[in-house]
Structures are given as structure tokens and as C-alpha cells.
Design a protein. Structure first.
Ligand code: AMP
Length: 166
């Protein structure tokens, strides 16, 4: 089953965190990396408490796991990153979302797939379309045909700030 995972980070060396996370996901025996989007630089969401800018992107995997096992895997990576989750939409070292799984639809207390925020969040929609141009929602509608989200289009990251050498 083809699955898309959204990645975000707003603390520390962001791109490195996201690249390491993609490597770790791809090293899981139940996942094989198919494609990784460019990384995008995104201002914090309106209404949230995050102060820092986010690096966001989307990775595509061939997935042999159940959605529950996939969620457990992404949660474990978030925890291992030392993620702080005290605040709604606050700064975080790692945020992983199960965005889309080919042919799968799920809505319960632990998981909503397709992720309901895809079409409204430009930092999710554009990297998703980069790796999965013909992605469709639960009604079979192509995300590429949706209206542009009402937020600025994120810019792909060129050179990221690196931690200063001591
Ligand atoms: P958040 O604070 O946005 O990272 O929310 C994390 C929780 O949202 C997870 O522990 C999941 O149980 C739940 N959740 C619901 N749908 C999804 C999804 N598509 N991907 C990831 N987490 C989800």
C-alpha cells in the first residue's frame, strides 16, 4: 500500500531532523522509501503557539504495515525525538502525520485518513503533490484540482541555518 507521511519540525537543525527521520522510516522492515519531496520553509500556523518557522515535507513509502502499526511507528519516532507536545500547534522537534494511504479510509479516535488538513495546508498540499501528483481524497477527487489553500505558498528551502560551531 502506498502511503504519504507528512513531516514537520520547528526546533533545532530542522532539515537534518527530517532527513534522519526519513532514513529511519525507510529502514523499517515494513516500509520502503519511494520518494521524498523538497523541504519547505513555513511560518507558524495562525492560531497556534509556535514561535519558530517550520521545515515541512512529505515522504512516500511502500508500506506493508497496518495503519495502526504505521501510526505506532510514527509516534515512536516523535517520542524518540524528544518532542514536546504541551501546547496546541506549538513548537515541536518532530511532527509526523499519516496523510494518505492508497485506497484506505479511516476515521476513529486514533486516526483520520486521509488527513483532514491536506487541502487547507499549503505546506502539506504542495509537497504531497510533488511526490504523489495524482493523489485523491476519500471521494476520489484529485488534490491537484483543489483550489489553492488560503495561505501563502511555502518556499522550498535552499541553504538552512546550521548550528554555530563552538
Ligand atoms: P498532533 O498533536 O497533531 O500530532 O496529533 C497527534 C494525534 O493525532 C496522534 O496521536 C493520533 O492519534 C491522532 N491522529 C489522527 N489522525 C491522524 C493522522 N492521519 N496522522 C497522525 N496522527 C493522527
Amino acid at each position: 500500500m502506498k502511503v504519504a507521511i507528512g513531516l514537520g519540525c520547528s526546533l533545532g537543525p530542522r532539515r537534518r531532523m527530517l532527513e534522519l527521520t526519513v532514513q529511519k522510516l525507510g529502514a523499517h522492515p515494513g516500509l520502503r522509501t519511494l520518494a521524498v519531496s523538497r523541504w519547505y520553509r513555513t511560518p507558524p500556523m495562525r492560531g497556534g503557539t509556535a514561535l519558530g518557522w517550520f521545515a515541512n515535507g512529505v515522504a512516500l513509502f511502500d508500506c506493508a504495515l497496518s495503519l495502526d502499526d504505521l501510526l505506532a511507528t510514527t509516534r515512536a519516532l516523535e517520542e524518540a525525538s524528544g518532542r514536546r507536545r504541551s501546547r496546541h500547534w506549538g513548537d515541536r522537534t518532530l511532527d509526523l502525520d499519516v496523510l494518505l494511504a492508497a485506497g484506505a479510509r479511516r476515521e476513529d479516535s486514533s486516526l483520520t485518513v486521509p488527513h483532514p488538513g491536506i487541502a487547507q495546508r499549503s505546506f502539506v498540499l504542495y509537497p504531497l503533490l510533488e511526490v504523489w501528483p495524482d493523489a485523491v481524497d476519500e471521494r476520489g477527487l484529485r488534490y491537484a484540482d483543489f483550489a489553492e489553500p488560503d495561505m501563502p505558498r511555502p518556499a522550498p528551502i535552499g541553504i538552512m541555518p546550521r548550528p554555530k560551531a563552538r
